[in-house]
Design a protein around this ligand. Structure first.
Ligand SMILES: [Cu+2]
Length: 162
């Protein structure tokens, strides 16, 4: 137990854990990471955040979190009028631009949740950026109604097959 705590602390320290809702790494600011609350029977969730890149172009290559067995980068595409989620290999963060991950668009998909995401709770999410490296942010769980253009059913039917 002690060994686990020590190694965990070192790992977190190495990638810079913060409690704040905003994290700045170099010229990149990650603002208000949040996730939708999930129902008890819901196996999957989604996380959103806003990246303000004041520096050179970067890309999000992947993400991981202890609350999810698997984490993928997703986008919504319009497939003949039907919005479908698709996995994307990376999320571009163009130089000098703000990239928003939000309901109905780009998002971080949390598969195989170990427990429901409860409003008010927080959990760590590590983003792997091509240039900036690993960045850990603290995600706050918000009500399903939170955010823009909520589509609460969108993720419930999202199986592992995509
Ligand atoms: Cu998704």
């Amino acid at each position: 137990m002690l060994r686990w705590i020590l190694s965990g602390t070192l790992a977190l320290a190495a990638i810079g854990t913060v409690q704040a809702n905003e994290l700045t790494v170099g010229e990149i600011t990650i603002d208000h990471p949040w996730a939708r609350a999930t129902a008890a029977q819901q196996a999957n969730g989604a996380a959103y955040l806003v990246v303000d890149n004041g520096g050179e172009a970067d890309r999000i290559l992947g993400a991981a979190s202890p609350v999810a067995g698997r984490v993928e980068l997703h986008n919504h595409i319009d497939d003949n009028g039907v919005m479908r989620m698709r996995r994307v290999e990376a999320i571009d963060l163009p130089a000098g631009e703000t990239t928003a991950l939000a309901p109905g668009g780009l998002h971080i998909m949390l598969f195989e949740l170990g427990a429901p995401l409860v409003v008010g709770e927080t959990f760590p999410l590590t983003l792997t950026l091509e240039q900036a490296g690993a960045v850990e942010v603290e995600v706050t769980v918000e009500p399903v109604s939170y955010g823009i253009g909520g589509d609460a059913k969108g993720h419930q039917g999202h199986g592992s097959g995509g």
